[in-house]
Ligand binder design. Sequence first.
Ligand SMILES: Nc1ncnc2c1ncn2[C@@H]1O[C@H](COP(=O)(O)OP(=O)(O)OP(=O)(O)O)[C@@H](O)[C@H]1O
Ligand SMILES: [Mg+2]
Length: 361
Amino acid sequence: MAPEPLVRLDAVSKIFPGGGVGLDAVDLDIARGEFLTLLGPSGCGKTTSLRVIAGFESPSSGRVLLDGRDVTSLRPFDRPVNTVFQDYALFPHMDVAENVGFGLSLRKLSGAEQAKRVGEALDMVGLAEKLGARVSELSGGQRQRVALARAIVCEPRVLLLDEPLSALDAHLREQMQVELKRLQSRLGTTFVLVTHDQTEALSISDRIVVMNRGRIEQIAPPATLYDRPATKFVASFIGTMNLLQSRFVGRDGDRLRFAAGALPLEATSETGEAPGEGSMRTIGVRPEDLLATTEAATGTAPVRVSSIIFHGRTLRLHAELGQGIPVVIDAPRRAEGFQFSVGDVAHISLRRGANCPMLPG
Ligand SMILES: Nc1ncnc2c1ncn2[C@@H]1O[C@H](COP(=O)(O)OP(=O)(O)OP(=O)(O)O)[C@@H](O)[C@H]1O
Ligand SMILES: [Mg+2]
């Protein structure tokens, strides 16, 4: 039997007064000590989920459980949960130590105990020397860390983070992602992060929840989500995926053979289901799983290159496979014999051993 989750959303729906659907019958278990990320496009219900867990929003139906206890009607301050908001919500007239200690000052702790815990929290986020600084003197990344220190100082069971890194530049953001992950392992606290940045979600999470229109599309560890998306929505939201309408042509053991126009493909079926001979399915193919060569060979299909985009280590080719079927290929920039220009015909094939999911619909 699986251990009891720390947080459980049990058929939680949230319909706002105007009739807007925030959440639609969401079931979600969050394990102790896990780093869980809610990922999805704007308006899919990420913030609403956090607010329901924190108690700032009450569900229209369904229950919120913490450690097996029904907390649906408990006020935010009575829950062992803390939130870091997108704008950090620091008090500008207080210094760093006062900001971090604010939550503690509401409890019955001695001054010495408070100071000790504030010092430890600031140490944890690498800001010990900024104890007496004014918030207005801090950089964006430093403010972000003060907000984190303020949230962890009360030792919550669950830390909720709503797009905490979105105000930071790309470089600082990446650095903070590493620090956030490290902090989470050190504390052993359950973190629930909201982001609409899939790269951030993939690099930081134990599991990712992909949301769409108030519902959960898939919950899985990053690599599973990337390699075996369960729906077209997940496939196209996580990284780039070619969704190729393909005809089933037969099977070799558990490998299902398809043809997308003239391009031979192999796919695996998650469900073990084999389509009928000649039936059409959508096969997901990653750009890096397509090889492009100048010469035709068995297993290749011709495409016409319509654009070439510089991506650093790779070049991204946009091409057309047959009549109006767009296909994206990532080719190593320094590959032997790579000399395509826009308008050229390239011959593409599926990389051996590539793992292509067969997607429903
Ligand atoms: N207070 C509210 N009143 C009415 N509708 C709301 C309210 N809060 C959220 N909604 C609606 O609920 C849906 C989910 O909103 P939510 O804020 O959870 O999205 P989100 O995934 O956090 O999006 P974003 O990435 O833009 O922050 C949206 O359609 C939104 O318009
Ligand atoms: Mg939001």
